[in-house]
Design a protein around this ligand. Structure first.
Ligand SMILES: Cc1cc2nc3c(=O)[nH]c(=O)nc-3n(C[C@H](O)[C@H](O)[C@H](O)COP(=O)(O)O)c2cc1C
Length: 369
C-alpha cells in the first residue's frame, strides 16, 4: 500500500477531505433545457465520483445574464436549488464532499442565450473573439455592452443570492470562478478591461470586482468553506494580460489573510501547456497565499504524487481524467489503468459519455491492487 500524501486525508479550511484528489469543475451542458436545472443524470454522475476528496461542480451561472452556453445549470431559481439538493444529498450519502463553482460568463455569451436577446455584459465593449454553443451550433460570442458602475451593487446582490442558494442546496462550500476569461477574469486582465473608472487601470482597480464579490460571498459563507479559482497565465476565452506574473503576485498577495479553504490555481494555459512566466515561482506564490494550494492542469499520477509529496501543492484537481474515470481516486491509489475520455461527448447529450464510463471491476482491482 502506497504512503504518498496524495492519498491521505487533508483539511482545507473547514473542509475535511478524505484524500487530496479533487474533481475539477467540468461543464458538461446536460442541464434540463427548459429551466437549466440538474436532474437524475447529474445525481448519478456526481455520486459516481464521490470517491474524490472534493468534488467541484461544473460552473453554475448565478443569473440568466451569467449564462454563456446552452444547457449549463444555474443556481438562481428554486427549481435549481431543489435539483442541486438531490445531488448534494446523494454525494454526501456516498461519503463525498462537494462545493459549487459560482459563475458569471461576462462577455463569453451570445445574445440568443441572454434574456430578451440583450447583449452580454463585460468590463469593456470588446468581443471575446471566441465561439460558444447556442444549442444548435457554434456561434461567435456577441459584442458585449459595458457593465456600468451603478450596476455593480445589483451584480453583488446576485452573487449573494446565488451563494445563499448554494447553501440551501446543501453544498459544503463554494468556489468563486475567477478564471478562464469569464467576468471576473475579464475585469482582472488588461486585454479585456480598458476601463478608466475605479474598476480599470491599476491591478488593484482591475481586481476590485473580484474582491467585492469575494467579500459578498463571505457574508454568506465562512471563509473556510470558500475557495477561489484563478488562471492568471491563461489566455482562455481571449482574456490575456500584458504582465501575468505581476497580476498573479498582486491577486494572490491580496488573497493572503482571508483564511479561505483553498486557492485553486490553473498552472499554465487551461487545458494546454504547464507554462508560466520565467519570473514566476509557484512555490513563492503558494507561500504568499499561506493556505491550501490546489494545483490543476495536465496532472498525471506521477506529477500529482511528486508535487504533493514535495510540498508544491496540497491538493490536485483533475479535469479530463475525471470525465472518463468515475473511480479516479481509487485507480490512482492502486495505480490502475485509466479509461480514455471521448471528447465528442464532453459537451451536451445524455448519459452517453457521462455516466457510462466503467468502474474498475473486482478482477481488475485484484490484479493491480
Ligand atoms: C469539458 C471541460 C469542461 C470544463 N469546464 C470547466 C468549468 O466549468 N469551470 C472551470 O473552471 N474549468 C472548466 N474546465 C477546465 C478544467 O477544470 C481544467 O482546468 C482543465 O481540464 C485542465 O485540467 P486537466 O488537465 O486535469 O484536464 C473544463 C475543461 C473541460 C475539458
Amino acid at each position: 500500500m502506497t504512503k504518498h500524501a496524495l492519498f491521505t486525508p487533508f483539511t482545507a479550511g473547514k473542509l475535511e477531505l478524505a484524500n487530496r484528489i479533487v474533481m475539477a469543475p467540468l461543464t458538461r451542458n446536460r442541464a434540463r433545457a427548459e429551466d437549466d436545472t440538474p436532474y437524475d443524470i447529474h445525481v448519478e454522475y456526481y455520486t459516481q465520483r464521490a470517491g474524490a476528496g472534493l468534488i467541484i461542480t461544473e460552473a453554475t451561472q448565478i443569473t440568466p445574464e451569467g449564462k454563456g452556453y446552452a444547457w449549463t445549470p444555474g443556481i438562481h431559481s428554486q427549481a435549481q436549488v431543489e435539483g442541486w439538493k438531490r445531488v448534494t444529498d446523494s454525494v454526501h450519502a456516498a461519503g463525498g464532499t462537494i462545493v459549487m463553482q459560482l459563475w458569471h460568463v461576462g462577455r463569453v455569451s451570445h445574445t440568443s442565450l441572454q434574456e430578451d436577446g440583450k447583449a452580454p455584459v463585460a468590463p469593456s465593449a470588446i468581443a471575446a473573439g471566441v465561439q460558444t454553443f447556442d444549442g444548435s451550433g457554434m456561434v461567435d460570442t456577441s459584442v458585449p455592452r459595458v457593465l456600468e458602475i451603478d450596476e455593480i451593487p445589483r451584480l453583488l446582490e446576485e452573487f449573494r443570492h446565488a451563494a445563499e442558494n448554494a447553501k440551501a442546496a446543501g453544498f459544503d462550500g463554494v468556489e468563486l470562478h475567477a478564471a478562464n476569461g469569464y467576468l471576473l477574469d475579464q475585469f482582472m486582465k488588461d486585454g479585456p478591461n480598458k476601463r478608466d473608472d475605479a474598476y480599470g487601470g491599476s491591478y488593484e482597480n482591475r481586481s476590485k470586482l473580484t474582491f467585492e464579490v469575494l467579500d459578498t460571498i463571505l457574508g454568506v459563507w465562512e471563509p473556510g468553506r470558500v475557495g477561489i479559482r484563478i488562471s492568471p497565465f491563461s489566455g482562455a476565452n481571449g482574456a490575456t494580460d500584458s504582465d501575468p506574473a505581476k497580476l498573479a503576485e498582486h491577486v494572490i498577495g491580496s488573497l493572503a489573510g482571508y483564511g479561505l479553504a483553498y486557492l485553486h490555481m490553473i498552472e499554465g494555459q487551461t487545458g494546454g501547456p504547464r507554462a508560466w512566466p520565467n519570473e514566476t515561482n509557484l512555490d513563492d506564490l503558494k507561500k504568499t497565499f499561506g493556505g491550501a494550494w490546489m494545483g490543476n492542469n495536465g496532472y498525471d499520477r506521477d506529477l500529482a504524487i511528486r508535487n504533493v509529496d514535495e510540498g508544491h501543492a496540497d491538493l490536485i484537481a483533475f479535469g479530463v481524467p475525471y470525465i472518463a474515470n468515475p473511480d479516479l481516486a481509487q485507480r490512482l491509489k492502486i495505480d490502475a489503468p485509466l479509461n480514455k475520455a471521448d471528447p465528442s461527448t464532453f459537451y451536451g447529450g445524455g448519459v452517453e459519455g457521462y455516466t457510462d464510463y466503467p468502474f474498475l471491476s473486482e478482477d481488475e482491482t485484484r490484479k493491480v491492487g
